[in-house]
Design a protein around this ligand. Structure first.
Ligand code: IYR
Length: 227
């Protein structure tokens, strides 16, 4: 049972978590790396339905992320309604067509060649769920007063990382999609002014046949510096 104390009038409780001896620690770290290294960004989804409760638990996991002053400055909008998915696809493709035709420069398009992406986004209608993460630049309390949030991008970035981890752990696949600009999502989903679209994440089972580009991840010496 957690021990409760008060510090300057604020409630605190004792915290313990399971800890491991060095060998087991290493095994766990290695196993989790191997598991996460299997995660791939996917564009070929099945339309097989998924229980709402699966997504609910994934969102609760994402919302366990640390955030500035514990403000949890995010709203996860979950879309399964085919009409709304269609609206999102149409609006996203409209923006993406302009991006591919005129907004992205040659270097950018060359960098994307290995991914073979284009302006067409059928997965926005095929995947059973679209999770649209909105960041809240500020919050609004019950009396309509503005409340500050802090480190909003960092907080939402971490929450999205944990969201993708939870999706992978459940055995599902996801795509981090960023049609740009994304403000059409505020209109379609009728979100308030303090919310900005952060990431659009289709979630589902893999299609029967699913292909991903052959990509390598950087080795440790290229991603780290030790002092
Ligand atoms: N948003 C576009 C283009 C795109 C950009 C990057 I950076 C990617 O890593 C992948 C795609 C699209 O979704 O097609």
């Amino acid at each position: 049972m957690a021990k409760k104390i008060s510090i300057n009038g604020y409630p605190f409780m004792s915290y313990e978590k399971e800890m491991y001896e060095p060998n087991e620690l290493l095994n766990r770290a290695k196993d989790f790396y191997l598991f996460m290294n299997e995660r791939r960004t996917v564009r070929d989804f099945s339309d097989r339905p998924i229980k709402r409760e699966v997504i609910e638990n994934i969102l609760l996991t994402a919302s366990s992320a640390p955030s500035g002053a514990h403000k949890q400055p995010w709203t996860f909008c979950v879309v399964s309604d085919p009409e709304i998915k269609k609206k999102i696809r149409t609006a996203a493709e409209e923006e993406e067509k302009i991006s591919y035709e005129s907004r992205m420069n040659e270097e950018w398009k060359n960098d994307l060649a290995a991914l073979q992406t284009n302006w067409e986004k059928p997965f926005l209608e095929i995947a059973p769920y679209l999770i649209i993460v909105f960041s809240k630049s500020y919050s609004v309390d019950e009396n309509q007063n503005k409340q500050q949030n802090y480190y909003v991008k960092e907080s939402c970035g971490i929450a999205c990382g944990i969201l993708l981890t939870a999706i992978h752990h459940a055995g599902l696949a996801a795509l981090t999609h960023t049609p740009s600009p994304m403000n059409f999502l505020n209109k379609i989903l009728d979100r308030p002014q303090n919310e900005k679209p952060f990431l659009l994440i289709p979630v589902g089972y893999l299609a029967k046949e699913c292909f991903v580009p052959c990509l390598e991840r950087k080795p440790l010496n290229e991603i780290s510096a030790w002092y």
